[in-house]
Design a binder for this molecule. Structure first.
Ligand code: UDP
Length: 488
């Protein structure tokens, strides 16, 4: 099955144009669209992805589709629907292999499973599309379906691959050999960095950076009053006074010492806003590096006990620091069967920590029942954080880093290719060279925690860099050009 998703985006180009530092980019976008519209008229565009919730693709599509529509393009969004968990296990394996990890032994059984679900999805998508349309397929899950349709119908097809690794390994080769026949059927492919383009697509791939929308609930400005309200209503902190807005439908849940989950409010949580906060918000994926980040944070706290000669201020900022590890409630994410296992491993490690370290760490499940609620919680958490970490072992781009940089946070990233593209070390953030090394993480956190001026300087530059390079307007322009060129 394929489900048509209604756009959830309620911002218009006029809203952006009214903001001084965005107006020029919007004007340029309108001009580009006006010149390309004669080519685009009469061609419907269909974006197809594997999920509408959780993860970078689900984040990118609503504003992209809304702006394309407003500019006159008939753009739509289909989500593939299958309850075959084996298929998502296989596509997760492919995802990991493209990042250089996992079992590279892909045989006949995997081929048959991938082809079967691709055929079912192609049938479902075919009910929506017609000749002359343009398919834009996101990531490997619906890649096979798009290839079938491209061969069968008079349509144009673009594959947008959001993942990649900057080197070739036996694992990446196995994944690309498996996907080659499907990927080769497309007119165009889009990658985030030139290093990610596999041999089979050389000459037919272009580069596009993901980008964020500054007016979504995830990224828009929040007054302090609103920020506190969101955190309190989401049960992430005890409200300082009477609640000013009605509570959200379901509070976030926080891991307890005994391993159970409970609403996140605890008396000491009132400290969230007064303690230096280090936060990482991601899907529960091994490659996101939650566990080594937690180990690094514990190592920082442990080292403090043995260190002498630290200034009082420095000692305090490390002593008071809290780590917040947050991600989606895995029960509500359809296409990520590994999420539960990764979270369970993290929780076991947390429960095994000495109580004094547990007190400084919060593992939080963010509710997914309302996209707006989830986005506002992520926004508020990133804004109240002194340091936002994205300690990924591999990362195609890392929208969470872009989001945090836009919010003027000091970002601790890793040397993963996608994060290196965004963060210039010591200019607009910090990078750890080995995200699995707790000592390096501890040292980097220590340097950031002790120096609020450095955090401020990094945050300012980071915000400027996102303004200049990673906002949505340039990205929409590039899509307009690419779609128009693919139709011709
Ligand atoms: N995200 C979210 N809620 C969560 C966890 C993540 O909205 O509980 C969002 C996050 O803000 C970001 C996206 O999911 O916009 C993750 O994109 P990224 O490129 O960092 O990683 P991906 O999940 O695509 O690998």
């Amino acid at each position: 099955m394929a489900r048509l998703i209604e756009s959830r985006h309620h911002v218009s180009l006029d809203d952006y144009e009214g903001i001084a530092h965005l107006s020029m980019a919007v004007r340029e976008l309108r001009q580009e669209a006006a010149s390309l519209l004669p080519t685009l008229k009469g061609h419907r565009v269909w974006m197809v992805s594997s999920t509408s919730r959780g993860g970078g693709v689900a984040e990118l599509l609503p504003p992209l589709l809304a702006l394309l529509r407003e500019l006159g393009v008939d753009a739509n969004w289909l989500v593939m629907e299958t309850d075959d968990q084996e298929f998502f296990r296989l596509t997760k394996r492919l995802h990991n292999l493209i990042h250089g990890h996992g079992d590279a032994n892909l045989g006949q059984a995997e081929r048959e499973l991938y082809d079967k679900i691709s055929h079912d999805t192609a049938e479902a998508v075919a009910r929506h599309i017609s000749s002359g349309d343009v398919l834009v397929i996101h990531d490997p899950q619906p890649l096979g379906a798009g290839a079938i349709l491209r061969k069968r119908m008079d349509i144009a097809a673009i594959w947008r691959c959001h993942i990649g690794l900057d080197r070739k390994t036996p694992e990446t080769r196995a994944a690309w050999t498996f996907l080659d026949a499907c990927a080769s059927a497309y007119d165009q492919a889009v990658f985030t960095a030139p290093e990610y383009i596999p041999g089979c697509l050389t000459g037919r791939a272009t580069i596009m950076h993901p980008a964020i929308d500054p007016l979504t609930h995830k990224n828009r400005d929040l007054s302090v009053h609103k920020l506190v309200g969101i955190l309190a209503n989401g049960a992430l902190i005890r409200p300082p006074g009477p609640m000013l807005t009605p509570p959200f439908p379901k509070p976030a849940e926080r891991l307890q010492r005994d391993g159970s989950w409970a609403p996140a409010i605890e008396p000491e949580d009132i400290g969230l806003l007064y303690h230096p906060i280090v936060t990482q918000i991601s899907r529960w994926d091994r490659l996101k590096g939650f566990l080594p980040l937690m180990n690094g944070f514990v190592s920082l706290k442990r080292d403090l006990e043995n260190k002498t000669g630290l200034g009082e201020r420095h000692r305090h900022s490390v002593q008071l620091a809290r780590l917040v590890l947050a991600g989606p409630d895995p029960a509500s994410v359809e296409d990520d069967p590994e999420g539960k296992e990764v979270l369970a491993k993290l929780c076991n490690a947390y429960v095994g920590l000495e109580p004094k370290f547990q007190d400084d760490i919060a593992i939080i499940l963010l509710p997914m029942n309302s996209a707006k609620h989830n986005a506002l919680l992520v926004n508020a958490l990133q804004r109240c954080s002194d340091i936002v970490a994205q300690n990924s072992l591999q990362e195609g781009f890392g929208l969470t880093a872009t989001e945090a940089m836009w919010k003027h946070a000091a970002v601790l990233g890793s040397n993963a290719a996608g994060l290196r593209q965004q963060i210039r070390p010591d200019l607009d953030g910090c990078l750890v060279t080995n995200p699995e090394d707790p000592h390096e993480i501890a040292t980097t956190l220590d340097a950031l925690l002790r120096d609020p001026w450095k955090r401020d300087m990094l945050g300012r530059r980071a915000q400027q860099r996102v303004h200049d390079e990673f906002l949505i307007f340039a990205q929409v322009r590039r899509w307009l050009v690419l779609i128009a060129n693919t139709i011709k």
